[in-house]
Design a protein around this ligand. Structure first.
Ligand code: ADP
Length: 483
């Protein structure tokens, strides 16, 4: 099948979290099953310096009441053609979405332009896709632009994947004319109005042929009460599916990972993880006996990721015997709270407020326990990566975490982690303590239950092989709708 991805992020060029990683690895998987796959992303400043285009063409679209010229750079990476939309006015900036703690007023224009320019790219390069697969709010105006301005793409179907419904791209309606959108679609029913404002994601849901989100559990949640105001719109969507994300198991592979101090597989996981644990503790300045269970958190420091559940009990958990490492950046008040605890327990808890791919690899490998107490989690990649590296997940049972982490049941030797349901620090603490008791029994050779959990984690299949088949079904349905 001929598929074009349009996304604000994709590995290997740009990744700020799960979106970029999923788009890049799903594109790779499309290629592996012989789909003809092309990916369109913006040429952010951070990318432009690194690329060596095979071909660049100049094009233009009418946007913001003007003809806007832009370059399209074609770059082949890993056998996949990437088309990078280069318009200095929108993308020549030191950030992808916004600088820390600030909003950028023209984001609707930046990503509205990107969606329109992507359609122009499809035409210029004669890609004639059967499927245009768009991702999140940034590209959600594309189906509308396609219907309004690109009749030649009538037979191309559009599929929208919602990676995080909390981010919808909601802006003042005064942007409408600048975005080349007619006022008659600015209405609550079957239109893009949303409580007196303009909602990009709503446009994507209504005007795409099919919509998916990134786990089956989350697809149910956002239909019922966790759709951030779009529950009703989702419920009305006939072709709506929950497909679990996968991870790139070549890239996330403890047997070959170049970032690790020692590579390992399950057979030698204790020795392997120990070396990496020593190194990550050294980097973070955690100066305690190696036996103490090391809890790692990697992710955005935001409400979504459940930091409000962790922070109140860190001290108690340190006293119980845990050490903590945090890697992430985000809201300042969480950083401040973590720093206050770190000042009190500098040997037991440490944080790096940054995005660092190499450190993340080492931290997954060095972790005994991976903590992910998300308040909501559309899918979550981090817990799957952690499991592949033999770090046992302790998670809140929601969305994709509920779909991927099964509680350990001693009698059946089944399960790959520990989970709790209610959003309380107490429940989080109980789950961690349960994990610790099994961890210590193993350490002193009194039981092999921890080994069993680690084995269940490391042997599971988190690759895209499963989910790509489901995407193919969705593509087929969307394609049929265009016949
Ligand atoms: P999100 O909600 O941010 O998309 P996911 O769990 O789906 O969360 O994906 C997060 C991805 O970003 C994982 O690959 C994780 O390793 C990576 N990541 C998150 N924060 C950092 C960080 N500070 N440094 C390095 N990698 C990070």
């Amino acid at each position: 099948m001929r598929v074009v991805f349009v996304s604000s992020e994709s590995t290997p060029f740009v990744k700020t979290g799960g979106l970029g990683e999923v788009v890049g690895s799903l594109a790779k998987c499309n290629k592996e099953i012989n789909n003809e796959i092309n990916v369109i992303i913006p040429a952010y400043k951070s990318i432009k310096d690194r690329i060596n285009p095979e071909r660049t063409i100049r094009s233009k679209v009418f946007f913001e009441s003007n003809w806007r010229e832009f370059d399209i750079h074609q770059v082949c990476e890993g056998g996949i053609n990437f088309f990078l939309i280069d318009c200095a006015n929108y993308f020549d900036r030191d950030y992808i979405y916004s600088p820390p703690e600030k909003d950028v007023w023209d984001n609707p224009l930046r990503f509205g332009f990107f969606s329109l320019a992507s359609l122009q790219t499809i035409v210029e390069f004669n890609l004639s896709p059967e499927i245009i697969h768009i991702h999140d709010w940034h590209t959600s105006l594309l189906p509308l632009y396609k219907n309004l301005y690109y009749p030649s793409l009538k037979t191309s179907a559009t599929v929208l994947t919602i990676h995080n419904i909390a981010y919808q791209g909601v802006f003042d309606s005064s942007f409408l004319p600048l975005l080349n959108l007619p006022w008659d679609i600015y209405k609550p029913y079957d239109g893009i109005e949303f409580y007196g404002r303009l909602n990009f994601l709503k446009a994507g849901i209504i005007f795409s042929d099919a919509v998916t989100t990134v786990s089956p559990a989350h697809s149910e949640e956002i239909k019922s009460d966790s759709g951030f105001g779009l529950e009703g719109v989702i419920r009305q969507k006939k072709y709506f599916f929950g497909i679990l994300n996968g991870i790139d198991t070549d890239y996330w592979n403890p047997e070959k990972d170049q970032h690790l101090i020692k590579n390992y597989r399950f057979r030698n996981y204790k020795a392997g993880k120990r070396k990496n644990k020593e190194e990550i503790k050294r980097i973070f300045g955690i100066d305690t006996p190696i036996i103490r269970p090391l809890v790692v958190f990697i992710g955005r420091l935001t409400y979504q990721k459940g930091l409000d559940l962790v922070v109140p009990v860190i001290e108690e958990l340190i006293i119980e015997g845990f050490d903590f490492i945090f890697l992430g950046s985000g809201e300042e008040h969480y950083q401040d709270k973590l720093m206050a605890i770190i000042r009190k327990y500098p040997r037991n808890v440490s944080a790096r407020i940054e995005y660092d791919e190499r450190i993340a690899h080492l931290a997954y490998a060095g972790a005994d326990i991976f903590l992910m107490p998300s308040i909501y989690e559309p899918c979550g990649l981090a817990q799957m990566i952690a499991m592949r590296y033999g770090a046992v997940p302790v998670v809140r049972r929601t969305g994709g975490l509920a779909d991927t982490v099964r509680d350990f049941f001693e009698h059946h030797h089944s399960g790959n982690g520990f989970s709790f349901r209610s959003s309380t620090s107490q429940e989080l603490m109980l789950s961690l303590l349960k994990a610790m008791s099994i961890y210590y029994q193993n350490f002193f050779n009194r039981s092999n239950r921890w080994d069993i959990i680690v084995s269940n984690c490391m042997s599971a299949d988190y690759s895209w092989n499963r989910s790509i088949r489901e995407y193919m079904k969705v593509y087929s349905i969307a394609k049929m709708l265009k016949k």
